[in-house]
Design a protein around this ligand. Structure first.
Ligand SMILES: NC(=O)c1ccc[n+]([C@@H]2O[C@H](COP(=O)([O-])OP(=O)(O)OC[C@H]3O[C@@H](n4cnc5c(N)ncnc54)[C@H](O)[C@@H]3O)[C@@H](O)[C@H]2O)c1
Length: 527
């Protein structure tokens, strides 16, 4: 087994029995977290609660989570009922393996726990009542998982099989409390669309796509949707159509089709379609659900995750929009087969950016996989998309609305956007501009006194070259600089500029436009 499985959920939900069965099937070890804690403390859990109190127990529990998840070989772990309430433990477990939450109603849990004497939290009153209160208090923490599995009325083998399937599918969770959603990545995952829609419940489907994607992929996928009414909007392709007029087309098609609040907007396409359909979903009837099936590499690794939606205005790109997180994302690697080379390369700029934000092992993986990625090897593409989505999901979880850490995702973008704007968004793709913007950021880092910036810049340049991306910073001319101030990420006179260090380390440095110009043009000559 190549990944951890952590079973979470209320006491009595079946974590220990399911863990034992899974471990038997997979022939790996099983760990009962409570048993580990008791063993280390030399006393039972009720004794720890009595002698040292619940807070002390929770500290021991968080320590044990770190010890197990960071220091031991993969295993199946039955967590304690309250383990995931600790946010650090929860996020660590999500990043290390698959977290499955087992569920049952409070009445059923009380029935299963009847007569058990080792549950200190139940000693305080009527069991079903306490269980209901605990469950309500932990709802957001339990929801931050890779999948919630109903156990009531089902044999344990069936529950274990569902956990095993979840581990095989290995979705990436974007943990946002009760708004947590999953991103599935792999060849053929769009064939799960009906199943995922069924899990979201009833409601008509409004498919939004563009003409290119409709021909290549979305037409067939839309016609495979079963068991619900489907309406389809096919927009003309291209950034010039990321407009209010396109949003109106989606609104009107939806309203003419008589949608209600249960409707699900399904965006099948590149970032333009994702942003338009996401915004329409955010605003139709004050908000309906959105499912993204991104079909460009850029949309898979960037725009489909994180909830930013919107459209362009004559004054600039993405100036009107809203945050609206999707309910589910399916990144089908097969869709990339028809994506033109230039679009694939443009998306790779964001993949390189994510790798540099994530750290050394991700940059090294891209260096190793570069040829395979260019040759569209599905396994290499899947690894790259997974890495980028994981990186973005981790940042979005910490800072959904970009008040802090999410700004790191703008690495290469301040000058990248400026280059695009200076060219009137013609003749250069976003990813190409970002590639140049990242190299320019190393030049600025060097000029700010970072002696290692030149070597790092060379390393990134070599990688971008292999992905046929431009790296000549002369595109950042005076005209481009005049557009830096138009970026909405500006705060007062200074721009929160992202200065890259070694992979995995970025700094946010407030710089004025004059300082950016000075460091870019008068710094060292050749980073
Ligand atoms: N919301 C966010 O967080 C976010 C992040 C990054 C970028 N964006 C936005 O994303 C947009 C760029 O996305 P994009 O590069 O995907 O552009 P795009 O949607 O215009 O797609 C690029 C081109 O590829 C075509 N295409 C897409 N998938 C295809 C496929 N599988 N087969 C054949 N053709 C296919 C499209 O029809 C289009 O012509 C920009 O508007 C940008 O602002 C948003």
């Amino acid at each position: 087994m190549d990944r951890w499985i952590f079973l979470s959920g209320m006491m009595g939900s079946g974590k220990s029995s399911v863990a034992r069965l899974l471990a038997e099937w997979a022939r790996v070890g099983v760990i009962d977290l409570d048993a580990r804690i008791a063993e280390r403390a030399g006393m039972s859990i009720p004794e720890i609660f009595r002698a040292q109190g619940e807070d002390a127990f929770r500290r021991m529990e968080a320590e044990e989570v770190r010890r197990v998840a960071l220091g031991e070989p993969n295993a199946i772990v039955a967590l304690g009922g309250g383990t995931v309430v600790n946010v650090e433990s929860r996020r660590l477990l999500l990043s290390r393996g698959i977290v499955a939450t087992l569920r049952a109603s409070p009445a059923e849990l009380a029935r299963r726990l009847e007569g058990m004497r080792d549950r200190p939290l139940l000693e305080r009153g009527e069991a079903a009542q306490i269980l209901a209160e605990l469950m309500a208090a932990r709802e957001g923490a339990y929801a931050e998982c890779h999948g919630t599995i109903e156990t009531e009325g089902r044999p344990i083998g069936e529950v274990a099989e569902e956990v095993a399937r979840l581990a095989r599918e290995a979705p990436i969770a974007v943990p946002l409390g009760e708004r947590t959603y999953r991103v599935e990545v792999g060849a053929g995952v769009s064939s799960r669309l009906n199943e995922r829609l069924d899990a979201l419940g009833e409601g008509m489907a409004l498919v939004v796509t563009d003409a290119n994607v409709h021909r290549a992929f979305a037409g067939e996928l839309a016609s495979s949707i079963e068991g619900r009414r489907v309406a389809t909007v096919v927009l003309p392709p291209g950034e010039e159509h990321k407009s209010l007029a396109s949003v109106e087309t989606i609104w009107d098609r939806a309203l003419d089709a008589g949608i209600d609040r249960r409707a699900i907007v399904i965006a099948i396409g590149g970032g333009v379609i994702g942003d338009l359909a996401g915004f329409a979903a955010a605003t139709l009837l004050r908000g309906v659900r959105a499912v993204h099936v991104p079909t460009s590499l850029l949309a898979m690794v960037d725009s489909s995750v994180g909830g930013k939606t919107g459209f362009d205005r004559p004054q600039g790109k993405n100036l009107v929009g809203s945050f609206h997180q999707p309910a589910h994302v399916l990144c089908d690697i097969d869709a990339l087969a028809t994506l033109p080379d230039v679009e694939l390369h443009a998306g790779l700029a964001e993949v390189v950016k994510a790798a540099w934000i994530d750290g050394e092992s991700s940059v090294a993986m891209l260096e190793r996989d570069a040829d395979a990625i260019r040759a569209r090897d599905p396994a290499a593409l899947e690894r790259a998309v997974r890495m980028a989505v994981r990186t973005k999901a981790g940042i979005v979880a910490e800072d959904e609305r970009e008040t802090g850490r999410r700004a790191l995702l703008n690495f290469g973008h301040t000058l990248g956007h400026a280059i695009e704007a200076a060219k009137g968004y013609r003749g250069i793709r976003h990813g190409e501009a970002v590639a140049i913007g990242m190299i320019a950021a190393f030049r600025i880092a060097a000029s700010l006194g970072d002696g290692a910036a030149l070597d790092r810049s060379e390393r990134m340049r070599a990688l971008l070259d292999r992905f046929a991306l431009p790296t000549d910073v002369s595109a950042v001319d005076e005209r481009a600089l005049s557009f830096v101030g138009a970026d909405k990420k500006r705060a007062g006179d200074k721009i929160r500029y992202i200065v890259p260090r070694e992979p995995g380390t970025m700094e946010i440095v407030p710089l004025s436009i004059a300082e950016i110009r000075e460091n870019l043009f008068h710094g060292t000559d050749d980073p």
